[in-house]
Structure formats: structure tokens, C-alpha cells
Design a protein. Sequence first.
Length: 214
Amino acid sequence: MILIVIGIGAYYIVQMIQQTQQAVSEPFNQVNQANQSLQTQVANLLNPTPTIIADPVTYINEVRALARLETIQYSVEKVITGETGGGTFQSLFGDKILFVGHGTVIAGIDMSKLQPEHMRFENGVLSVNLPPAEIFIATLNNEKSYVYDRDTGLLTKPDINLETLVRQKAEEEILKAALEDGILEQAQINAEAYLLKFFAALGYPNTIFVDDQG
């Protein structure tokens, strides 16, 4: 009987100690939670998340039917440097940006320009005068392009137009690189190789490509 009484007493003593510890630690937990909440708010102020809102009104300016035969695609990377206010006071008034541009250039044949007079069938031979290859798309890949570094002077603000100008220059250089590498010539070769098989499947196994418009 004495052991039972002692056990019950010990149980209540342990419960009282636990309740006392919880009562003591509760204010500290509240302080920690408030501190964490404050840190989160400060972090949001220092590094705000941008809000992007699209205008619900959409304007469709033009719709055109296309008959493009895309025969080659280039993926090009170009590093572009742009700066303003350079010179002796660059560290105070200058603005410099280092941009890595990833772009895509696609070329091929516009088949809508192929007219009946550009095709001639004589003596079992189909002569075809294809339109010249052209660039369909030359654009930056915004998901892969990025500003690698930007250095703005101590007494100036970033030039709001500098990144736009650098991006435009990157597109120009990406297109220039593809053209210098012979993208149009290869697009023409690829188009002829594809169309040889296409015309053969239509029953014209003897097809040649000519340059004249006759």
C-alpha cells in the first residue's frame, strides 16, 4: 500500500515538473517564433519577389499561312560586353554589363514561293528551280541567356537601356555567326536532299535542281 502511495506521489511530482518546464519554455518559444517571423519579413524586403502581371487583353495583329520547309537549326552562344560612361571615371559614373547570349537560328526554303513555272518535266526528268534558302528565325533563348556580371559606378544608376542594347547586339552577332558558318548553303543542300526523296516518292525518281527561273 505504501509503495502505491509513493508511486502516485512520484507521478504527480513528475507531471508538475513537466508543466513547470513547459510554462518556463513557452515565452522563449514565442520569442523565437517572433524572431523568425521578423527575419523572414526583413529578407522579403531586402530580396523582394518580382510580381509579373500580364494584360488580359490580347491583340492579334496578323495571321498568315506558312509553307516553310525548315532544313537546319543552329544553336549559338555569344558573349557580349556593353558599357556606358567609361574612361577615367568608370568606377564612379560607368555602367558595364557582361552578357551571355544563347540563340537559335533556323533556315530553310519557303515552299510558297515555288510556282508551277519553276518546275519542268521533260524526257522523264523533273527539273526544279527551288527558291533560295532564307533565315526564318534568329532569336535569343531567354531561358538560357543571362547577365553574367554587371558593374555600376558608385555615383550613378544602372542604364535602363543598356541590357536591351546588349541583347539586340547578341541577336545580331548570333545571326552573323550562323551566316558566316554557311547556314544558308547547308540549308539549301539539306532541302534538295529531302525533296529528292519526296519527289521520288511521288513518282519522279529522276529529279534535278537548276538555278534558272525558266
